[in-house]
Design a protein around this ligand. Structure first.
Ligand SMILES: Nc1ccn([C@H]2C[C@H](O)[C@@H](COP(=O)(O)OP(=O)(O)OP(=O)(O)O)O2)c(=O)n1
Length: 183
């Protein structure tokens, strides 16, 4: 589940994309990062019930840093220092990323459905998951870099498209694919 905070999490955004398809994003530019203490945003929460039974106030949020660009730069330094760029072509990075996705999958394998927050997982299992997800992200960011995809802006464009494809007023509460709607 994606971590959100502020207006978006409170469902105040309408169906219209707040992002132009060429990457401009007023909503994002105007949004300040709220301070995070032990994973909880300190701004006044809205308390509408979530489908999974939690409340908005309990929503998890990320730290604002490092940014995606920070991660790109740090990984570039890591590979430069080791003369590993010779191995980090797009296809190799893709295979490495998929391998790490497999390692994430292994942690969930044979456990049955797992609830949000991973109740019952040990600290060691949580740390293992954090490491494997980080590996996926590190390779993803480097793959995007090597493919010349400006990932943060691409994500904004894609989210705008998603909002157009899945207007909240039309698909609320339904997990159907957009191709399954008749109109
Ligand atoms: N040629 C490489 C090898 C490693 N890494 C970095 C990116 C990943 O974050 C991490 C991956 O390291 P490993 O391949 O050793 O994989 P794991 O850390 O998952 O170890 P293991 O497979 O033992 O769980 O190290 C890299 O950039 N380029």
């Amino acid at each position: 589940m994606m971590a959100t905070n502020g207006k978006d999490a409170c469902g105040l955004k309408g169906d219209e994309p707040s992002v132009s398809l060429n990457g401009g994003n007023e909503a994002f530019a105007n949004k300040s990062h709220s301070p995070v203490v032990h994973g909880a945003a300190t701004e006044a929460p809205c308390r509408s019930k979530l489908q999974n039974g939690g409340t908005e106030a309990e929503r998890f949020t990320f730290s604002p840093e490092p940014t995606v660009e920070d991660i790109r730069r740090m990984q570039a330094e890591f590979t430069d220092e080791r003369d590993w760029n010779q191995f980090h072509q797009p296809r190799n990075l893709l295979l490495a990323m998929v391998g790490e996705v497999g390692e994430v999958s292994e942690l969930f394998q044979w456990r049955g459905e797992v609830a949000e927050g991973l109740p019952g997982w040990t600290e060691s299992e949580r740390e293992q998951l954090a490491q494997e997800l980080s590996d996926v992200m590190i390779y993803l960011v480097e793959l995007a870099e090597k493919c010349r995809v400006d990932l943060p802006q691409a994500v904004l464009r894609k989210m705008a498209l998603n909002r157009l494809k899945y207007p909240a007023s039309k698909v609320h509460g339904s997990a159907k694919k957009y191709t399954e709607y008749e109109d």
